[in-house]
Design a protein around this ligand. Structure first.
Ligand code: ME8
Length: 512
């Protein structure tokens, strides 16, 4: 079996500070990347910044900086954000790097060689904020301004010489590709939107601009810069050293297993990108997942709306693991979701402090008082014990399938249910009343510790730091922290010392 796995986030425009929406794409991708590592996969996880185009050029001009200096600054804040969010990305690409520029120009040449690109004239609407061309049907007038129906961003009229990509040639081939790969676009509702867009007819796509300079030059005509989306999308293969097919990275990791993106940029990823790739004789990615928006009130968070929730402030106040857990549990994955401090605090108190934290604290303190802080020698498991333990060991395949289908809420609920089971088991078994039956008392402690081990492994992709703190109590080796080890009920070695544990999550005092 091929044990390589490649996941990407969008590369972000460094035109402003990173916000919770950017953090969300990174965190959900990281959860998947970490789960696959637990399952023995060699994971390549890419994120980065998208630094060309008119939007960036104008943002730099507003600050009186040249675009490269401007990008150097803000790209750093995105790179630092990966650290703050505890992302396990293996690479961070900037589209101003040489490795990327070379790949984009190679891809362009390949498309030219294949006769997929021609020179003509573009006249139509362009949104600098979305870096997208829109047809008459896709715009409307509001307060005297023309705006995009979809994104609400302002459009401007553009008339200039431009190279075009023969997208119209790819309509039927794309439809065939979607049919043959029914899970290429998820969630399904978004797939249907893309299908109807493609079925309604594809026009050739303008893929160069002449009226500004901040971009990668068209190799055969340096008056033109390459359209920022053709440039940006190529990051997914430039980071694998395209076109050096023989080098390990491209061979191992392309086609990507999943491009995780927000729903706002689905068309670029699910229509233009596979068309460019197929036209260049390259394989399209296996999956494009368009997640929903994180809303502030009822609106998408964006710089232009000034309703930004700063992920760094939240992390400084509550810690990164609670934020990661909250986003996974409380946002219905694939749909829009809200984040509020109130809901985050409720989640910390009920799920983290009262449920997970409490289970760890209670069982380990009990083991300290009654089993000398060691893994106790147990009797055979009885039916109650096995019923509890088997719910995890018998569901390893289901858990894999949740992650492979990006059913992240099902994955999280599964863990929450097991936490309730484990707390209930400890209550119902009343080990404190079994002091005269050491064998049974020890077995209850063993089973409860084993549940803590299993649950912490499952929580590890979501809350890497807190779950590791718990797993470290057992002095496990790195190899023992694996998905396969969930099938085994006797991973904890009898008589080994366990460590005391500090409070994992402090309850937050709330005003009524
Ligand atoms: O579009 N809720 O960059 P970008 C959830 N450079 N996710 C959000 C969000 C929100 N409110 N706001 C942004 C670009 N995102 C291009 C991408 S990829 C080859 C090029 C997330 O900085 C979401 O994933 O505008 C969205 O697709 C991405 O940030 C857009 O970031």
């Amino acid at each position: 079996m091929d044990k390589n796995f490649y996941i990407t986030t969008p590369i972000y425009y460094p035109s402003g500070k990173p916000h919770m929406g950017h953090a969300y794409s990174g965190i959900v991708s990281d959860v998947i990347a970490r789960f696959k590592r637990l399952d023995g996969f060699n994971v390549e996880f890419l994120t980065g910044t998208d630094e060309h185009g008119l939007k960036i050029q104008r943002a730099a001009e507003r600050k009186g900086l040249d675009p490269k200096t401007f990008c150097d600054e803000i790209s750093k804040t995105f790179k630092n954000l990966s650290g703050t969010l505890n992302l396990s990305n293996t690479d961070f690409i900037r589209t101003t790097e040489d490795r990327h520029i070379k790949s984009v120009q190679k891809l362009w040449k390949k498309l030219e060689e294949k006769n997929e690109i021609y020179l003509s004239k573009y006249s139509g609407w362009y949104s600098v904020s979305d870096e997208a061309f829109y047809s008459e049907e896709e715009i409307k007038e509001e307060n005297g301004f023309k705006i995009s129906v979809n994104s609400g961003s302002m459009v401007e009229w553009v008339e200039e010489e431009s190279f075009f990509f023969k997208l119209s040639n790819w309509q039927n081939k794309l439809l065939k590709f979607y049919e043959e790969n029914p899970k290429f676009i998820l969630p399904t509702a978004r797939r249907n939107e893309v299908l109807s867009f493609v079925k309604s007819g594809l026009k050739d796509l303008s893929v160069s601009r002449k009226s500004f300079y901040w971009g990668i030059k068209v190799p055969s005509n340096n008056e033109h810069v390459i359209y920022v989306w053709l440039d940006a999308l190529t990051n997914y293969i430039s980071a694998l050293n395209y076109p050096d097919f023989d080098k390990r990275k491209y061979k191992n990791f392309w086609p990507a297993d999943i491009h995780m993106i927000g729903k706002d940029i689905l068309r670029f990823h699910a229509v233009y990108w596979p068309a460019f790739l197929l036209a260049a004789d390259l394989e399209p990615p296996k999956r494009v997942y368009g997640h929903g928006w994180i809303l502030s009130g009822e609106e998408k968070m964006s710089k232009s709306k000034g309703n930004i929730l700063d992920p760094i402030e939240i992390v400084n106040k509550y810690g990164i693991d609670p934020l990661r857990y909250y986003l996974l549990k409380e946002v219905s994955f694939g749909n829009d979701g809200n984040i509020s401090k109130q809901k985050l605090e409720d989640c910390i108190n009920s799920d983290l402090a009262n449920n997970y934290g409490n289970l760890c604290q209670r069982v380990i303190s009990f083991a300290e008082k009654n089993c000398e802080l060691t893994i106790p020698k147990k009797d055979n498991f009885n039916t109650e014990d096995l019923k509890l333990l088997n719910k995890i060991s018998e569901n390893v395949e289901a858990l894999r399938s949740y992650i492979d289908n990006q059913e992240l809420n099902s994955y999280t609920s599964f863990i929450v249910d097991r936490l309730f089971d484990a707390n209930k088991y400890f209550n119902d078994q009343e080990p404190w009343k079994k002091k005269s039956d050491t064998g049974r008392l020890n077995t209850i402690v063993y089973v409860s510790l084993e549940m803590i081990r299993k649950i912490s492994i499952l929580l590890n992709p979501i809350m890497p730091d807190s779950s590791l703190k718990v797993l470290n109590v057992f002095n496990l080796k790195q190899n023992d922290i694996s998905l396969d080890s969930l099938k085994n009920h006797e991973n904890l070695i009898i008589n080994t010392k366990i460590k005391k544990i500090n409070i994992l999550f402090k309850k937050i005092e709330q005003d009524d």
